[in-house]
Design a protein around this ligand. Structure first.
Ligand code: PLP
Ligand code: ZN
Length: 400
């Protein structure tokens, strides 16, 4: 038995609001005490996991298995996710008088987006905890990723998606043998449908931050950024923000690396920027003080489907990251997103999702405003490939 246990250093889950402790070996959703997201906790004394030991590890996010929640290696359901490249964007940088611009290209993940990181972890834990069937409300990419990992794990999958989502997302879910349910509205309407379908708890509900493990998959971007940049973090990270798991997860990873001694306690952490679409910018509005919170925010669809999350449950955690990191929040228009997308393609050969277009054009805006200085290292997180968004992009390229 002991031979099959990984080096996972997971101890328990704790409530993100009050710290109450929960058991990771049974199904968990939001905390009973505060109805808040649960966070995984590990034993992290300095030297307990050494960064030198990473050199021999798998070239996927499982290289960090000690800091991931899956206990038994046979439950690691993998399609080769993570360990995506960080590419220097020299031509774009030169054209915009930036010294150091790079992109972590998450479009190269299985199923074409960084959602693979989170869903591989949630589905692996679902298997480990003996779940039979999973359900998810999604703007597109998360549903596709869940369907793929459920297929690989042999679990039943139900995906609830807005009707206006491009066909490529729907077809791929069907291909993986998921049950696809279409809903009129945005992801919050899909979430209501999921709740109605799951009243008797048949399904493990994999909604963003309503279970603790997608966050753990997404945090591996933080480990990779540090490791791939030789432990020299960028000054600014541009993140296209919907539910916020990546933003919260990367920040969690930075703190875990400090606790482990992978990063020095004094090392300044990057300023984190939440980029949203003007059509659905609840975090920007709250951050700028236009509303107390997003409880009643009404959003519209956007070409960047992943950003259409009008009332994210992780809002307080996201706002903490923005404040603690001296970051900011900024919205871009649909047309600006297309401009960003077109420039990434034309100057660098990267076919980004509209979410990726949004962060590049937001970088240009922050540079013009003086919030980003020309000498700073800016890292773009291109969260997905443009390939599934053809219905949104067709005929809208900005050409020179
Ligand atoms: C889901 C998604 C996002 C937003 O990610 P969150 O973790 O929900 O903030 C950004 N880009 C793409 C391509 C997505 O699929
Ligand atoms: Zn609590």
């Amino acid at each position: 038995m002991s031979l099959t246990i990984t080096s996972s250093r997971l101890t328990d889950l704790h409530c993100s609001r009050c710290g109450s402790i929960y058991n990771p070996l049974i199904r968990q959703t939001l905390s009973d005490c505060c109805q808040a997201p649960l966070l995984c906790q590990y034993v992290l004394e300095p030297g307990s996991v050494r960064k030198e030991d990473l050199l021999t590890r798998a070239k996927s996010l499982w290289r960090y298995e000690a800091l991931l929640p899956v206990i038994q290696p046979e439950n690691q359901i993998s399609l080769g996710e993570g360990y995506t490249p960080i590419l220097s964007l020299k031509r774009l940088a030169d054209h915009n008088d930036l010294r150091h611009l790079s992109v972590k290209d998450e479009g190269l993940n299985p199923t074409g987006s960084f959602k693979a990181r989170g869903l591989c972890m949630a589905i692996s834990k679902a298997k480990e905890n003996g779940e039979q069937a999973c359900i998810i409300p999604t703007a597109g990419n998360a549903g596709v990723a869940m369907a793929a990992y459920c297929a690989r794990a042999g679990l039943e999958a139900v995906v609830v998606m807005p009707r206006h989502t491009p066909d490529a997302f729907k077809e791929e879910c069907i291909g993986y043998n998921a049950q696809l349910i279409e809903v009129d509205g945005l992801i919050n309407d899909c979430a209501a449908k999921v709740q109605a379908l799951n009243q008797n708890g048949t399904y493990f509900d994999v909604s963003t931050l309503k279970e603790p493990y997608r966050l753990e998959g997404k945090k591996t971007m933080g480990f990779e950024i540090a490791e791939q940049l030789n432990w020299q973090l960028p000054d600014v990270i541009m993140y296209p923000t919907g539910g916020g798991t990546g933003l919260i997860g990367i920040w969690k990873a930075f703190h875990e690396m400090k606790a482990l001694g992978w990063l020095s306690k004094q090392q300044p952490l990057p300023r984190m920027v939440a980029v949203q679409a003007e059509n659905c910018a609840p975090i920007v509005d709250t951050y700028l003080g236009k509303q107390a919170n997003s409880k009643y925010y009404v959003g519209k669809p956007t070409l960047a489907n992943g950003l259409a999350v009008p009332r994210p449950i992780g809002e307080p955690l996201m706002l903490n990251v923005l404040r603690e990191s001296n970051g900011t929040a900024i919205a871009v228009s649909e047309n600006e997103m297309l401009e960003g997308l077109s420039e990434l393609a034309r100057y660098e050969g990267i076919f980004a999702a509209p979410e990726g277009g949004a962060i590049w054009v937001a970088t240009k805006k922050l540079l013009r405003q003086g919030w980003i200085q020309p000498h700073e290292h800016v890292l773009l997180l291109n969260t997905g490939s443009g390939q599934k968004y053809l219905d949104n992009i067709k005929g809208k390229w900005h050409r020179k």
